[in-house]
Design a protein around this ligand. Structure first.
Ligand SMILES: Nc1ncnc2c1ncn2[C@@H]1O[C@H](COP(=O)(O)OP(=O)(O)OP(=O)(O)O)[C@@H](O)[C@H]1O
Length: 120
């Protein structure tokens, strides 16, 4: 079982859950995004948004948090590979942060589409 196809998948799932838990426990940016996600979900309950709106909302939350998680991994990898200051490392980190920024902008636009008609 240990090295079977299924065993490896189960082990991979355990590592992934561990990684998600580490992000939530130790990454301030993920913690902030998690709190915002909870607040947005409360807003969804309050405004009784539709099934389709919930789907887009969860997609936006997943997009931002997953991108932030990958950004964190890139930063950790960059610091491990090259702990000292280097222009290339700065460039790599800026690009990874840019990906989070794009995801966040899209999430804000989606939130606007969902909540603007409910509020105004
Ligand atoms: N080793 C380095 N060499 C060159 N520039 C760096 C280096 N480390 C960080 N920088 C620059 O500082 C910026 C912020 O990097 P940092 O690793 O502190 O990310 P952060 O966004 O503050 O991380 P966190 O997600 O932990 O808040 C980078 O985008 C990059 O421009």
């Amino acid at each position: 079982m240990k090295n079977s196809f299924l065993g490896k998948r189960v082990r991979g799932g355990k590592y992934a859950i561990k990684g998600a838990w580490l992000l939530l426990r130790h990454e301030p940016s993920i913690q902030v995004q998690f709190i915002i996600s909870v607040l947005v979900c409360l807003a969804g309950l309050y405004f009784e948004i539709s099934r389709e709106e919930w789907i887009f909302q969860f997609l936006a939350i997943g997009l931002v948090m997953a991108t932030e998680g990958l950004n964190t991994a890139v930063e950790a990898m960059a610091d491990f590979v090259h702990p000292d200051f280097h222009n290339k490392i700065g460039h790599i980190k800026d690009i990874a942060a840019g990906a989070v920024f794009i995801a966040a902008i899209i999430a804000v636009i989606i939130a606007g589409f969902i909540y603007f008609p409910h509020i105004f």
